[in-house]
Design a protein around this ligand. Structure first.
Ligand code: ZN
Length: 202
């Protein structure tokens, strides 16, 4: 199983980090060992002082495919959730400044948090509201309409390079409002007002 992540997919987030708005999807991956299901606490690794949350809509692939056209893409997923792409921002900034790959900052253990999956048939994935709360206050608010590349176009693009397999996950990018976590924080993710994610930080 692989985890494909899209960077800078919301203009307001690209700008808050001082990045250019991309002309094609920015892709990176996390290894399957990064998956964290929300039953345990998230432990901040000791090699970073600046772990950020990035709340994102995540779709799960349920059919093998390559070179998938946008119009057929919705046949390849049937459930989704809200996830957190935990990022060691200090390590990422250092690697980015040297032009090096980001994997250590993005793919570490527990860095791909997944909420409870929901059936796409009951939601409109092209117009979906989601929120992340930190310690009870709203820190990120997004709607999938604000994505530069929607899920079908992400799938068309990615599947030209990588065969999509059953169980693969696509993290579709984060809206503005990313920020750091410290021990004791609680993060909660909501989709259309329904709480599907709850993570305690240690
Ligand atoms: Zn992200």
């Amino acid at each position: 199983m692989k985890i494909i992540c899209i960077g800078r997919n919301y203009v307001n987030h690209a700008k808050e980090l001082g990045n250019e708005v991309p002309t094609e999807p920015v892709i990176f991956m996390k290894p399957d060992s990064a998956v964290f299901r929300q039953r345990d606490a998230f432990y901040i690794p000791d090699w970073t002082n600046d772990v950020h949350y990035e709340a994102e809509i995540v779709v799960r692939i349920h059919k093998l495919g390559k070179n998938i056209e946008q119009k057929f893409a919705p046949k390849y997923y049937k459930d989704f959730t809200i996830g957190i792409d935990f990022t060691a921002r200090d390590i990422q900034a250092e690697l980015k400044s040297k032009g090096l790959p980001w994997e250590k900052a993005k793919g570490f253990d527990q860095s791909a948090v997944l909420g409870e999956f929901l059936p796409i048939s009951e939601y409109d994935l092209s117009n979906l509201n989601f929120e992340l709360h930190k310690n009870g206050a709203v820190v990120q608010q997004g709607n999938t309409r604000m994505m530069l590349y929607d899920i079908p176009s992400i799938i068309e693009h990615c599947s030209q390079y990588f065969t999509l397999k059953i169980g693969d996950l696509i993290f579709s990018g984060t809206p503005a409002g990313v920020g750091p976590v410290v021990g004791g924080d609680v993060l909660e993710g909501y989709v259309e007002g329904k709480k599907v994610l709850d993570v305690k930080i240690r």
